[in-house]
Design a protein around this ligand. Structure first.
Ligand SMILES: [Fe+2]
Length: 191
């Protein structure tokens, strides 16, 4: 057995940044080509205002192995692509029966979940919300507010990330602004 020594990290409750910073995952609009419903709007933004930062992930550096509990924070910046709110790519776990816990820290948004059969569920999140991703549900988060939406997440070390399935089929429903309100509507691109 390789005995790891106990350690701690510090979380900035208002910034969402975990220190020490091991590495930062940054997803810009160009990393998410094809994921928003309005591809023309994506290309228009890229051409006119450049490559917008959509979200950042600050992970704690740990082995991706059974027994560990991986954890990170995510900061989704506010904004929309056409009428669709900024969101994460979303994924299934490679081991589909691995769950995840989210804790809302700042801002407002939604956890969107989807099964392999295409059933969709949405959970509103605000500071203090503990949202549970049960086994077998793909998950994505969406910033529906006007401030950065920041949350903490923890999941089993051997979960793995399957981004490909969602990149290919999308979510059956998307979160958009309709008449000034947040609305969950059918995704015209869902396969
Ligand atoms: Fe996950």
């Amino acid at each position: 057995m390789n005995l790891m020594q106990p350690f701690k990290s510090e979380l900035g409750l208002t910034t969402g940044i975990i220190t020490p910073v091991s590495h930062v995952i940054r997803r810009s609009l160009s990393d998410m080509r094809g994921m928003y419903a309005d591809d023309a709007a994506t290309e228009r933004i890229l051409a006119q205002e450049g490559d917008r930062l959509i979200y950042e992930v600050y992970p704690v550096d740990l082995p991706e192995e059974e027994g560990h509990i991986l954890h990170s924070t995510t900061i989704i910046y506010p904004g929309r692509v056409s009428d669709e709110y900024h969101m994460t790519k979303g994924h299934f776990h490679v081991k589909r029966d691995r769950a995840e816990i989210y804790l809302g820290l700042a801002g407002h948004g939604y956890l969107l979940l989807q099964t392999d059969a295409g059933e969709v569920s949405s959970v509103p999140m605000q500071p203090g919300t503990i949202a549970y991703v049960p086994p077998y549900w793909a998950h994505r988060t969406v910033n529906t507010g006007s401030e950065p939406f920041i949350f903490f997440a923890a999941w089993p070390g051997d979960s793995g990330h399957d981004y490909g399935t969602i990149e290919k089929i999308g979510f059956a429903k998307i979160m958009v602004e309709r008449d000034g309100q947040v609305a969950l509507v059918a995704n015209p691109k869902y396969i």
